[in-house]
Write a protein that binds this ligand. Sequence first.
Ligand code: ITT
Length: 201
Amino acid sequence: MQTLLLATTNANKIREIRQLLGPAGVTLVDLGAFPAIAEPEETGDTFEANARLKAEYYAAHAGMLTVAEDSGLEIDALGGEPGVRSARFLRPDATYPERFAEIARRLTHVPRDQRTARFVCAIAVVDAGQVVFETRGTVEGLIADRPAGTGGFGYDPIFFHPPLGLTLAEAGDEKAAVSHRGEAFRRLAAWLTQPSGLNAG
Ligand code: ITT
């Protein structure tokens, strides 16, 4: 069975991705197996650039087939902020309630129906120094009036998903069915299991 390094330091991502790649028939190892590898600086301007940067870096240091993802929240009325800086928005050590309050402040004069936003997840897979698979998943929604729900992580409590009528923090298992990460990693699972994918032969 193929072994794939899941190169993220975010435990919430690991939990979601392990579930999404369950049907892919690969053995997943995470960065817990490589405690000596320091985190790279995420210098890319796009989710794709950062996903590639992380996958190339960890693949080179661990010497194995590696997947990395870069994700975040784009709020249209804020010109796409926090975007690639989602994990560091406001301050690297800011709490999510602090970030929610700042977003609410910046959206004060924006009508509710114009508070459109999306989560984006870009994936890159690197094998022997080459990017061998890339994709992007998105989910569209609206910034909620106030945080709601205790599931998920990060910005999920303020991300309202109109078809579900819930924030992603209220969505439970349904988050994976509609999320940016779900879309991207289901495509990766399909690629890993198809005859022309990595498992060929
Ligand atoms: P790695 O780089 O090690 O993977 P990270 O948390 O720093 O971990 P990113 O740079 O990709 O990862 O930042 C992603 C941030 O975007 C994450 O920390 C959240 O703030 C936000 N985010 C991404 N996916 C999310 C989701 O499903 N729900 C809520 N917030 C999410």
